[in-house]
Design a protein around this ligand. Structure first.
Ligand code: NOJ
Length: 534
C-alpha cells in the first residue's frame, strides 16, 4: 500500500464559495458601456448579500483587450478602461470590510504583444537575451513555421516577427492569438519576473490568485511536431507537447512557498483543464490549493456520467489529499441553462445543478448571472468580439453579456448609468424578467434559492454535519437519480430522468423545485437530504 498523500494545511478556502465577477459585464460605473471597478464597488453589497466568501475578478490590468484582458501588457497596473489603482485599493478595503476575500487572475502562459518585454525582444533581434524570454525560433524557412502546433483560437500557433524581413526569419509562439506571445518558462528570468508579480498583489492584501491555463506553461523540450495535426482543442489536452509537462509543478511549488510566506496564507486556484487524476497532481499539499473540476463542466444531464466523474474526482482527491473545487459555469463556457437543454427545462436543470454543486464536498465557484439562471445569448454576428470567434468560429460572447440589474430596460437594464454609451455587447431583449430586481422580488427565484443554500450550508457546517474535509460517495438509484453521500449524515440527490424519483430515507432540507404531493423529487430537480436525525 502506498503512503497516504500529505494533507494540505486546513484553511478557510477548503469549503469557500467564490463569486466570479467578469468586470466588463458586471456593472458600468462611468457610463462608457464597459463594466468597471467603480461599478463593482457600488454593487459590493449585492455580492455580500448572496452569502459568498469572496470574489474572483477576471483581468482588469492594462491590456489592448484583444482577448478581453487575457492579453496583459502590465501585470501590476489597472487599465484606465476599468479605473485606477486607487479605486482598486478602495475596492479591496471595502470588500475586506464586508468579509469578502478578493482573488485576481494571473496570466502566466502569455502576455500581450504590447508588453514592454515582448516589444524589447522584437527590437533586440535573434539570439538576444530579450528574445530568450519568449519562444522565438527560426522557421523551417520564411514561410514554414518551426512546427505544426495550432492555436487554441484557430490557425497556426506561430507568427513571423517581420514577414517582410530577410534578416529576421524568426517566428514566435502563441498558443492563443498572435497578440498573446507565450513566455519561455525554461528561462529562469521568467519565473523571477512572475514571483515579483505575485508579491506585488499579495503585498496589497489580495487574498488569492486564479492561474490562467496553468497546465500549459512549459512546452516539451525541442519544440518538435505534435503527433497528428498539432491541434490544441479541448483545453490543450490533445497536444501533449504543450500540456502538463512535469517541469510546471516546480513553478507551483515555488508559488505555494510565496503564498505561504504571507499571513494569512494566500490561495492559489488553477485553471487546470485536465482529466481528474492529472489535474489533482496540481493540488498536492505543496502546490496549488485548488483546481477547478473541469471534467464536470463537460457533462450533459446524465446521472451515470456525473456519478462516474464524481467517483474519479473523489479517487483523485484521496490520492492527492486536496479538497475538490466545483464549478458549472465561467466566462468561457456556454451557460448551463442552455447546455442542459435550454428553455424551461434547461433553466430547471441549471438551478438544480447549482444547488447540487453547493452541497458537494469542497469549495465552489459561481459565475455572475448564474444566480439569475441566465441562458446563453445568441449575440448577433456583427456584435461578436471574442477572438475565438474571429479566428476559430466559436464565440464565448454569449456567456459574457452585461448583467441585467433592473426590470426596466433603460440603460441596458440598469447595467449603465443614465445617458451612457451602448454596452460593449448588446443586452438581450426581455431580460427584465431575469434581472436582479425581478429575482429579488420573486420568492422562488434562483437568487433566493442561492441565498437559502448558502445560509443553510453555513448552519450545517457550524453544526458539524458538513465538514471541509468530507469526501463523497457517488451512485445512481433507479437508473436516473444521482446521489452523492457526503460524510455520514448528508446527501445531495438530483433527479435526472423523466419521472419523479423516490429519495433515499431522510429529511429534505432544501430542494430546487417543490416535491410532488407524494413526496417525490420531480424531474430536473435537486435536493439536500439529512439522512440521520441530527
Ligand atoms: C482562459 C481564459 O479563461 C480565457 O478567457 C482566455 O481566452 C484564455 N485562458 C487565454 O488566456
Amino acid at each position: 500500500m502506498s503512503e497516504p498523500a500529505p494533507l494540505h494545511v486546513p484553511g478557510w478556502w477548503q469549503d469557500a464559495v467564490i463569486y466570479q465577477v467578469y468586470p466588463r459585464s458586471f456593472a458600468d460605473g462611468d457610463g462608457d458601456g464597459v463594466g468597471d471597478l467603480s461599478g463593482l464597488l457600488t454593487r459590493l453589497p449585492y455580492i455580500a448579500s448572496l452569502g459568498v466568501d469572496g470574489i474572483w475578478m477576471t483581468p482588469f490590468q492594462p491590456s489592448p483587450q484583444v482577448d478581453q484582458g487575457y492579453d496583459v501588457s502590465d501585470y501590476c497596473g489597472v487599465d484606465p478602461l476599468f479605473g485606477t489603482m486607487a479605486q482598486f485599493d478602495a475596492l479591496l478595503d471595502a470588500a475586506h470590510a464586508r468579509g469578502l476575500r478578493i482573488f485576481l487572475d494571473v496570466v502566466p502562459n502569455h502576455c500581450s504583444s504590447e508588453h514592454p518585454l515582448f516589444k524589447a525582444a522584437v527590437a533586440a533581434g535573434p539570439g538576444s537575451p530579450e528574445r530568450a524570454m519568449f519562444h522565438f525560433v527560426d522557421g523551417v524557412d520564411g514561410d514554414t513555421p518551426p512546427n505544426n502546433w495550432q492555436s487554441v483560437f484557430g490557425g497556426r500557433a506561430w507568427s513571423r516577427v517581420d514577414p517582410g524581413s530577410d534578416a529576421d526569419q524568426q517566428w514566435y509562439l502563441h498558443l492563443f492569438a498572435p497578440e498573446q506571445p507565450d513566455w519561455n518558462w525554461r528561462n529562469p528570468a521568467v519565473g523571477d519576473y512572475f514571483e515579483g508579480v505575485l508579491r506585488f498583489w499579495f503585498e496589497k492584501g489580495v487574498d488569492g490568485l486564479r492561474i490562467d491555463v496553468a497546465h500549459a506553461l512549459f512546452k516539451a523540450e525541442g519544440l518538435t511536431d505534435s503527433a497528428g495535426t498539432g491541434t490544441v482543442v479541448d483545453g490543450l489536452r490533445s497536444n501533449p507537447q504543450v500540456s502538463d509537462q512535469e517541469e510546471v509543478h516546480e513553478v507551483y511549488r515555488r508559488w505555494r512557498r510565496v503564498a505561504a510566506s504571507y499571513s494569512p496564507e494566500r490561495v492559489l486556484v488553477g485553471e487546470v483543464n485536465l482529466a481528474p487524476h492529472r489535474a489533482a497532481r496540481y493540488t498536492r499539499h505543496d502546490e496549488m490549493h485548488q483546481a477547478f473540476a473541469f471534467s464536470f463542466v463537460k457533462l450533459g444531464w446524465d446521472a451515470a456520467a456525473w456519478a462516474a466523474v464524481g467517483t474519479e474526482l473523489e479517487e483523485a482527491r484521496r490520492e492527492h489529499g486536496a479538497p475538490l473545487t466545483w464549478a458549472l459555469e465561467n466566462h468561457d463556457i456556454v451557460r448551463s441553462a442552455t447546455r442542459f437543454g435550454g428553455g424551461e427545462q434547461g433553466a430547471l436543470r441549471a438551478r438544480a445543478g447549482l444547488l447540487a454543486i453547493l452541497g458537494l464536498p469542497g469549495g465552489a465557484y459561481i459565475y455572475q448571472g448564474q444566480e439569475l439562471n441566465l441562458p446563453e445569448v445568441d449575440v448577433p454576428l456583427e456584435a461578436r468580439v471574442d477572438p475565438m470567434w474571429t479566428r476559430g468560429g466559436v464565440s464565448r460572447d454569449g456567456a459574457r453579456v452585461p448583467l441585467p440589474w433592473t426590470s426596466a430596460s433603460e440603460n441596458a437594464f440598469g447595467f449603465s448609468p443614465p445617458g451612457s454609451a451602448s454596452p460593449w455587447l448588446p443586452v438581450a431583449a426581455g431580460w427584465g424578467s431575469r434581472s436582479v430586481e425581478a429575482h429579488q422580488a420573486g420568492e422562488d427565484s434562483t437568487l433566493q434559492l442561492l441565498r437559502a443554500a448558502l445560509e443553510l450550508r453555513k448552519q450545517l457546517t457550524e453544526q458539524e454535519i458538513l465538514s471541509p474535509d468530507d469526501g463523497g460517495t457517488w451512485r445512481v438509484e433507479d437508473r436516473s437519480l444521482l446521489v452523492c453521500e457526503r460524510g455520514d449524515r448528508f446527501l445531495v440527490a438530483v433527479a435526472m430522468g423523466d419521472v419523479p424519483a423516490r429519495l433515499p430515507e431522510g429529511d429534505v432540507v432544501l430542494s430546487s423545485s417543490p416535491l410532488t404531493a407524494e413526496g417525490l423529487l420531480p424531474p430536473d430537480a435537486a435536493a439536500w437530504v439529512l439522512t440521520q436525525d441530527s
